[in-house]
Ligand binder design. Structure first.
Ligand code: HEC
Ligand code: HEC
Length: 374
C-alpha cells in the first residue's frame, strides 16, 4: 500500500494553517475592548483549550495533587474560599488567593509586586516557587514534561496549539496557561445588564441605592474601585498607559514584617502597607477578603472602612480611608450593589470549567478546598 510521506516542513505549515484557521473569538460585548495580548503569544482557540486542560491538571505538581484549580475554583470566581492558600504537602502560604476574573486586564499581578506584569511569567511562581511551595515542581521540570507528553491528549493538543513547539515544556505550558487565563472574562453581571444594556429591572432597588452610595461621599469607594472593573488597575488592547493603583487601607500598624506591602519590592517608605486594589467583580463569592484573607465577610469590610481602617493610625494610610458613619440599611444597600456584580454565567461557564473526565489521572488525586467536590 502506498503511503504519503509528509516532510516535516510541510507539517509545520499544516499546523500553522490550522492555528490561523482557528481564530479565538473573545466572549465580549462591543463596549468592552479585549485585554492586551503579548506579541509572542497570540490567542487561538486551540491554545486556550490546551491551557484549560493544564490549569485543571494536578500532574503539573510534583506529586500529582495540586492543580492551579486547587486554589483557583471556578464557582468562586477562581479563588479558594480560604483565608490563605494551602499548597503541596499542606503547606500554608501567607496570602489570599485572588480571583482570576479579567486577569488579562490587570497590568500588575499578585497583591504587591509592581514588576509582575505577565500571566506567562506569573505561572512560574506557583509551579516552581519555593516560598511558599505551591505545586512543588522546582527541579522536577523534565519529569513533569515527560509525564504530560505521555498523555495522548497533550501529544495531540500541544502540536495543534504550537506547531513550532510540539512538546510540553516551559515555553508551551506558560503560554497556554496565559492564553487560557486571558479568556477568563467576566462582564455579564446583573449590574452590567442594568448599566450597559439598559435593563432597568436587572438589579434590585436596594442595589440601585447601594450604587449611589458607592459612588458618593462620604464613602468614596469609587476612587480606588473605579471604572469598568472596579479597580484602578486596568489595561486593555486600546490603553496607551496602563493604570496601576496600590493603597494602604489601614489594615495594620505596623504591617507584619512578612507581608509589608509594596515597600518589600520598592524599598520606599511611602509604600508601606500598600497593596493592589482588587477588582470587585464577583466579590460576593470571593470571601474571605484582603491580601491575607483577614476579613471574613462584606459587612466586616464595610466596618473596616467605616472605622477609617482596622488600624486607623498608620502614617501611610491613604487619605481617602477617613472613616464615615453608616446605617445598617446603607450597609445592606452597598452589599446588595456588590452582589449585583456576580456574573453567574462566568461561575458556571462550561468553556472554562474542568475538562477532565472523572477518575482521569489529571484529577484523580487532585486536592480541592474541603467543601468543593473534586
Ligand atoms: C497553593 C495555592 C495556589 C496554586 C496551586 C496556584 N495559585 Fe495562583 N495564586 C495563589 C495565591 C496565594 C496568589 C497571590 C500571590 C501573591 O500575591 O503573591 C495567586 C495569584 C495568582 C495570579 C495573580 C492574579 C491577580 O489578579 O493578581 C495568577 C494569574 C495565578 N495565581 C495563576 C495561577 C496559575 C496559572 C496556577 C497554576 C500554574 C496557580 N495560580 C496555582 C495561590 C495559588
Ligand atoms: C484608597 C483606595 C480605596 C478606597 C477608597 C476603597 N478601597 Fe476597597 N480596597 C482597596 C485596596 C488597596 C484593597 C486591598 C487591601 C489589602 O488587601 O491590603 C481593597 C479591598 C477591598 C475589598 C476586598 C476585596 C478582596 O477581593 O479581597 C472590598 C470588598 C472593598 N475593598 C470594598 C470597598 C468599598 C465598599 C469601599 C467604600 C466604602 C472601598 N473598598 C474603598 C482600596 C480602596
Amino acid at each position: 500500500m502506498r503511503r504519503w510521506v509528509i516532510p516535516a516542513a510541510a507539517m509545520i505549515w499544516a499546523g500553522a494553517f490550522a492555528a490561523s484557521a482557528d481564530p479565538y473569538v473573545w466572549p465580549l460585548p462591543a463596549w468592552m475592548p479585549p485585554p492586551p495580548v503579548p506579541a509572542d503569544n497570540p490567542m487561538s482557540a486551540a491554545k486556550v483549550e490546551l491551557g484549560r486542560h493544564l490549569f485543571y491538571d494536578a500532574r503539573l505538581s510534583r506529586d500529582g495533587t495540586v492543580a492551579c484549580a486547587s486554589c483557583h475554583v471556578q464557582a468562586r470566581a477562581f479563588t479558594d474560599g480560604r483565608a490563605t492558600a494551602i499548597g503541596i504537602d499542606g503547606i500554608t502560604g501567607a496570602k489570599n488567593a485572588p480571583g482570576l476574573a479579567n486577569a488579562g486586564y490587570s497590568p500588575v499581578l499578585t497583591w504587591a509586586n509592581p514588576h509582575m506584569s505577565s500571566l506567562e511569567f506569573q505561572a512560574l511562581v506557583p509551579l516552581f516557587g519555593e516560598s511558599p511551595e505551591e505545586m512543588g515542581s522546582v527541579g522536577r521540570e523534565e519529569e513533569i514534561f515527560a509525564r504530560l507528553a505521555a498523555d495522548p491528549y497533550y501529544a495531540a493538543a500541544v502540536p495543534a496549539a504550537f506547531p513550532d513547539h510540539p512538546a510540553p515544556d516551559l515555553f508551551t505550558i506558560t503560554r497556554a496557561l496565559g492564553a487560557f487565563q486571558r479568556s477568563l472574562i467576566s462582564v455579564d453581571s446583573p449590574y452590567d445588564r442594568f448599566k450597559y444594556w439598559g435593563e432597568a429591572d436587572a438589579i434590585s432597588d436596594a442595589a440601585k441605592r447601594g450604587e449611589d452610595l458607592f459612588f458618593d461621599h462620604p464613602f468614596e469607594c469609587y476612587h480606588c474601585h473605579q471604572g469598568i472593573l472596579f479597580t484602578d488597575n486596568l489595561q486593555t488592547a486600546r490603553t496607551a498607559q496602563p493604570e496601576v493603583g496600590f493603597h494602604n487601607t489601614g489594615l495594620y500598624d505596623p504591617y507584619p514584617a512578612a507581608l509589608p506591602g509594596l515597600i518589600e519590592i520598592t524599598g520606599r517608605p511611602e509604600d508601606a502597607g500598600r497593596f493592589r486594589t482588587p477588582s470587585l467583580r464577583n466579590v460576593a463569592v470571593t470571601a474571605p477578603y484582603m491580601h491575607d484573607g483577614s476579613i471574613p465577610d462584606l459587612r466586616g469590610v464595610l466596618a473596616h472602612y467605616a472605622n477609617a481602617g482596622r488600624a486607623p493610625g498608620h502614617p501611610m494610610k491613604d487619605g481617602l480611608i477617613a472613616g464615615f458613619t453608616i446605617t445598617e440599611a446603607q450597609i445592606d444597600d452597598i452589599i446588595a450593589f456588590l452582589e449585583s456584580l456576580t456574573d453567574e454565567g462566568f461561575l458556571t461557564n462550561p468553556a472554562t470549567s474542568d475538562p477532565w473526565p472523572e477518575g482521569h489521572a489529571a484529577r484523580a488525586h487532585r486536592m480541592m478546598p474541603p467543601d468543593i467536590e473534586n
